[in-house]
Design a protein around this ligand. Structure first.
Ligand SMILES: Cc1cc2nc3c(=O)[nH]c(=O)nc-3n(C[C@H](O)[C@H](O)[C@H](O)COP(=O)(O)OP(=O)(O)OC[C@H]3O[C@@H](n4cnc5c(N)ncnc54)[C@H](O)[C@@H]3O)c2cc1C
Length: 174
């Protein structure tokens, strides 16, 4: 089996490493001519994720040389699987930053994809199995960030210790 991955950042690299571990021949197509430095200036990793990407892919995460402004839009798709092609990470859902979970979701999409490909020999069957949970994950995360944003910037009713405010994903598929 061969896989082509468009984009060699968090989601793409994680998927590439996991699919290669399954014995799949993987080609990664990244449009940026620069090395993987300064990619995602605002990305925060937990130590395990950073160690994994640094050891396996040589990813170096540096601070941006200069401050920058970035407009942030919510992006959501109704479909992530298209025959033998799928969208993962920010290509499917871009969520506002309040949950700091975009990297975890990109990795979760990739981990689930590798798991589905391992369970099903057939790519179309694997993607049909994979898609509903990842769509639900993206929709839930987007809803959570919208609620957090509304509460922090409109309602002003954040309460210290509220579990909804904990960064990242709150468990597998959540
Ligand atoms: C300012 C900011 C702060 C953030 N802070 C956090 C945080 O603290 N914690 C967190 O978890 N998440 C954070 N995020 C979100 C996180 O960066 C993304 O969710 C994550 O990078 C998604 O990974 P990805 O691989 O799906 O997409 P990306 O990281 O966007 O990677 C996409 C890759 O595809 C490449 N590409 C695009 N088009 C093509 C093409 N046509 N051909 C080839 N290559 C292509 C791009 O060059 C890029 O390398 C932040 C985002 C921003 C913008």
């Amino acid at each position: 089996m061969r896989a082509a991955i468009i984009g060699g950042s968090l989601g793409g690299l994680t998927a590439a490493l996991l699919l290669r571990d399954l014995g799949i021949q993987v080609d990664v197509y990244e449009r940026s001519p620069a090395e993987l430095v300064q990619r995602g200036a605002g990305i925060g990793f937990l130590p395990d994720a950073a160690r994994y990407l640094v050891q396996r892919a040589g990813l170096v995460v540096c601070g941006a040389a200069q401050p920058f402004l970035q407009v942030i839009y919510d992006v959501e798709v109704p479909q992530m699987a298209f025959d033998r092609v799928c969208l993962i990470g920010d290509a499917a859902f871009v969520v506002r930053p309040h949950a700091a979970a975009g990297t975890a979701k990109a990795a979760a999409d990739a981990w689930a994809l590798a798991g589905a490909l391992k369970r099903h020999g057939d790519v179309v069957a694997a993607l049909a199995d994979w898609e509903p949970r990842q769509l639900a994950l993206g929709q839930q995360l987007l809803e959570r960030t919208r609620r957090i944003g509304r509460r922090s910037q409109v309602d002003g009713n954040w309460v210290a210790g509220d579990p909804e405010l904990i960064f990242g994903l709150h468990g597998p598929g959540a």
